[in-house]
Design a protein. Structure first.
Lengths: 87, 665
């Protein structure tokens, strides 16, 4: 999970902060700080689907899941948790 | 149209050198290649580069009044000049030409600065009154024709374009940090600023008088709306029917007087409602054939040529199309910036540059075009966005209300998901501040300002410094608070975006680059003043835009065109600047060394943006604006600040008329 967190941070800093990530903590809200616009959210989702091998459902496209590095890591944990659940 | 320029010493001034004016005029050759004129007086000079449209044989400028005490150079058109001329002749004025320029001159003789109220047109004018030793500069009501000036070392220098002003030896160009921050927020500077330090524009609807070394600015026309609840029409169907009739009469006349010219007049056809209405009226009231011109895109996502062809066939016009590819846009972009004299956060001016080239190659000098309807009859999505936000602000917790925004912005349909979370984040900014004057534009301006993340530390510090002394925020007229919500948002579009971007970077400058004059029937001040008295429901009804114009258009256009939803005119950005199609200059200007040279942008951040661009992924709105903004600012710096671009000097092959005058008693 530490790797995921690290890579995610790298992705956010490179793509949305253009290398200027000094003020970004794991709990920083992307939305409150204007880090993501509407296409940015879609870029983020495309990245998660490609690199984490998941499918983000429409009803999961909410700030609770995607608004900070912490929120995404927790969401990915839940996703993986549910994906191994039988049934 | 034409270009004008001039010089006035504010103190006890030495004579102005003819060579100086010739150099300034050479920079305006594209605006008026047909003939040139220079007036040299006592410490003053006026210059004209003329595109002959009226009185081709004897209309060369400058023109003087009967006793040679008042001299004029003029850019633009006065469409009601025949009526004004008749009145002036009745009062004893004698005319030596058939031009509208001479009409303005005699009218000024009679009425002074008040003459401006009588003009229906688009213009920038300079008048030297030798008896009073005063210089009068003025611009049309909405700012169709440009006019810049500066005071450098006791000398006032003016011109239709900054590049002419900059030819004066006392003028040095530097980019103004606060102006750059404005462009990277509002898409343009806020009038009267230009993007260059110390260079100001004469604001739309204003005149400048210079006398005894003092420069004073007067406003003669103010963009204004009916106070809320005091709009002209009463309730009911009868009022609507009357409003349609009145708009019809005004538009027909606005088009008819704009067909007055001694050369053929063509029309732009975008495929949308506004230009279709104008072309349709021109077809009805005009006598000759009508040629129409359109831009199409090789990228189908931006292309509207199906609708353009449909309209051209319906009207029976001879139709010509200029196609813009990614490579075309990137290829002409340096020239676009050279003419626009401003950074642009869009590439949309580039196709307009290609289009005016097509018009000119077809032998046309004048086109009718549809700008203004979106501002004054309420066509823009931002008016709907503001309306939805106000509706939502009454119940901020509602999950349903913000979803109305999906109707406006297709690309947010997916992110809006099932909850209001993301919509609230993107459009909920200052949601409940419904009384704030910038309420309608707060979201857009905030989003656009995100492009400033690429500014260098030095530039950001300079911006912060300037703000302390100069402010640089939007100013609102005194009666702004009395207008309704729609009218307030219309004002912001019509006072900022319209003159300072649409009519300049995307309008006059792109047309005049190829010596083509645009004429704008929707910007006839009678049409504007009528529209601004209409109740809001005649403009934006629920979320149906341009309600009254659509009602009127049913008589003139196929229903498919009159009822077609508005589609914003846009051009591709990032695909034009990716290295597989972009010319070498793009890489050069975005390289760290070039960025450090200009000192305006952060090389690390721009490097990341370039990487993103090269990956070939579709960039979002903000990144797109940043790419266009950075490339154009770098171009501006290299063409105007770091070096001076050369141009063809006036020589023996040019028709140059020079008039000299010594002191007048």
């Amino acid at each position: 999970m530490a790797d995921v967190r690290h890579e995610l941070r790298h992705f956010i800093v490179q793509n949305f902060l253009f290398g200027q990530g000094q003020d970004l903590s794991d709990g920083t809200s992307f939305l409150e700080n204007g880090i993501l616009d509407s296409t940015g959210v879609l870029e983020l989702v495309a990245y998660l689907e490609e690199t984490c091998d998941i499918k983000v459902k429409d009803d999961e496209l909410i700030p609770d899941n995607l608004d900070s590095i912490d929120a995404i890591v927790a969401y990915l944990g839940r996703k993986r948790g549910t994906s191994v659940t039988p049934g | 149209m034409c270009g004008i320029a001039g010089v006035l010493g504010l103190d006890d001034a030495p004579p102005v050198e003819e060579s100086c004016v010739r150099q300034m005029l050479a920079m305006l050759r594209h605006r008026g290649p047909d003939e040139f004129g220079i007036f040299l007086g006592d410490g003053v000079a006026l210059g004209s580069a003329r595109l002959s449209i009226l009185d081709l044989s004897t209309g060369q400028q400058p023109i003087a009044n009967e006793d040679g005490s008042i001299w004029i150079v003029f850019n633009g058109e006065v469409f009601n000049h025949p009526e004004l001329r008749t009145q002036l002749e009745a009062r004893g004025h004698r005319f030596s030409t058939r031009t509208d320029t001479e009409v303005v001159l005699h009218l000024y003789e009679d009425a002074g600065p008040d003459c401006l109220h009588r003009l229906n047109g688009q213009f920038a004018v300079a008048i030297w009154n030798a008896r009073e030793r005063s210089l009068f500069l003025a611009r049309d009501r909405v700012g169709i024709c440009p006019l810049f000036y500066t005071v450098a070392d006791g000398t006032l220098v003016f011109g239709s374009e900054v590049k002419a002003v900059a030819r004066h030896p006392k003028v040095q160009l530097r980019l103004d940090p606060l102006s750059l921050a404005q462009v990277f927020t509002y898409w343009s500077t806020l009038s009267p600023r230009s993007v260059f330090e110390g260079i100001r524009e004469v604001p739309p609807g204003s005149s400048l008088t210079v006398r005894e070394g003092r420069v004073s600015l007067q406003k003669y026309w103010q963009l204004s709306f009916a106070a809320a609840g005091e709009s002209a029409a009463a309730d009911g169907d009868r009022a609507e029917g009357e409003a349609v009739e009145r708009l019809r009469d005004l538009l027909v006349d606005a088009v008819a007087i704009r067909l007055r010219a001694d050369v053929s007049v063509g029309a732009y056809l975008s495929g949308g409602l506004d230009s279709s209405v104008i072309s349709s009226v021109a077809r009805r009231v005009g006598t000759g054939r009508l040629d129409t011109f359109s831009i199409s895109f090789s990228d189908a996502a931006f292309d509207e040529s199906v609708f353009q062809r449909e309209m051209a066939e319906y009207l029976g016009t001879a139709h010509q199309v200029a196609t813009a590819s990614y490579a075309d846009i990137a290829r002409v972009f340096p020239d676009v910036v050279w003419h626009a004299e401003s950074p642009v956060l869009r590439t949309a001016p580039a196709p307009m540059f290609l289009l005016s080239d097509l018009v000119r190659r077809n032998g046309y000098k004048v086109v009718l075009t549809g700008e203004g309807a979106d501002e004054f009859l309420a066509g823009y999505d931002i008016f709907k966005e503001a309306k939805v936000r106000r509706f939502w602000a009454r119940q901020p917790a509602s999950a349903r209300r913000p979803k109305l925004l999906q109707r406006l912005y297709g690309d947010i349909a997916r992110v809006s998901g099932t909850g209001p979370g993301f919509l609230s984040a993107f459009f909920g900014h200052r949601l409940t501040e419904v009384d704030a004057p910038d309420y309608s534009h707060a979201v857009r301006w905030r989003n656009t300002a995100r492009t400033q993340r690429f500014f260098s530390e030095g530039l950001m510090a300079a911006v912060a410094d300037s703000r302390k002394t100069e402010g640089g925020e939007v100013e609102y007229p005194a009666d702004f608070g009395s207008w309704g919500p729609l009218e307030r948002s219309q004002y912001l579009e019509a006072a900022i975006f319209l003159p300072s971007y649409l009519l300049s970077s995307q309008g006059d400058r792109m047309m005049m680059a190829h010596s083509v004059e645009g004429r704008f029937p929707f910007l006839d001040h009678r049409v504007i003043e009528f529209c601004n008295r209409l109740p809001a429901r005649f403009k934006l009804r629920v979320l149906e835009d341009k309600y009254l114009l659509r009602a009127l258009a049913r008589d003139w256009l196929p229903r498919r065109v009159s009822q077609r939803p508005k589609r914003p005119y846009r051009a591709p950005i990032h695909r034009c600047f990716a290295s597989d199609v972009a010319p070498g200059y793009v890489r050069e200007l975005l390289a760290p060394a070039a960025l450090r040279d200009s000192g305006l942008f952060n090389p690390l951040a721009v490097g990341q943006l370039v990487q993103k661009l090269e990956k070939g992924l579709p960039l979002g709105e903000t990144d797109d604006m940043a790419v266009a903004g950075i490339v154009s600012t770098q171009l501006l710096h290299s063409q105007f600040v770091a070096s001076k671009r050369h141009t063809v000097p006036l020589d023996d092959r040019d028709r140059v008329k020079v008039c000299r005058q010594q002191r007048v008693s």
